[in-house]
Write a protein that binds this ligand. Sequence first.
Ligand code: ADP
Length: 281
Amino acid sequence: MPLKPDLIVKKMELNPKNIVKPGDLVSLNDYPPEYTGAYEKKGQTKRRLKKLHKELLELQGLLYAESQHSLLIILQGMDTCGKDGTIRRVMGGINVQGCDVFNFKVPTADELSRDFLWRAHKAVPSKGKIGIFNRSHYEDVLVVRVHNLVPEQVWSQRYQQINDFEKMLVENGTVVMKFYLHISKDEQKERLESRISDPTKHWKVEASDIRERAYWDNYMQAYEVMLQKCSTDWAPWYIIPANKKWYRNLVVTECIVERLKKLDMKYPEPSIDVTDLTIGD
Ligand code: ADP
């Protein structure tokens, strides 16, 4: 029976199974990308999402005022999985002054002449801020692994190097949240076809999207290894069912709000006694 909007569950929407336990063997076939929890349609989630957006804005204000932590959000997934849409819809309501988005493209010659984490480290948000990685250092164990862009002996060391890097970030006050936006191969086909049939979306279609689709199974395998090796106590991976954009937005927003609440942030003590202040005319 469909749930009435006002009966919608108040608890954490994401199934605990979708937070990958360190070392867990992950088979992505076990995670239905079309899953929408207690909801059947977008309209049922609107009120809850609105409330979460309000909370997120308040929490961002606290993060900025307290300036003891930063929040790094990492988004990964296959082409068309909705990284851009997630950024637009989840972070759309927050104060842009406190948030930076970084897109990780094919590395430049300068980036390739350094260690693979260099460009990621440079982009980590400063205290008080939110940073979003649209793709990330994980490309160095995904596309790089699938296409053997460096020898196996090099990419195979990177899982541990990434875990150590993220641990260092966490120990220095950065909260690291990693979302794998899980879509099905059929859903990707539909999204690519809809881009091809809509002239206003042609600019989004790249030959590489079609080319990389042929490597779908290799990517799934690379994602499974990444999820198993790099979901840690300090920086867990979340597997987000992402065929339905509205459910994806709800769950990602909820995860971020819940995580920020756990920081138990406080506004800093005023540096002067404001109760005695009078403002001159
Ligand atoms: P997006 O697909 O995220 O909207 P682009 O179309 O510009 O953005 O794609 C960025 C491309 O850069 C992707 O194909 C991605 O695999 C590639 N890329 C990112 N990081 C690396 C890397 N370290 N090595 C090789 N390719 C990378």
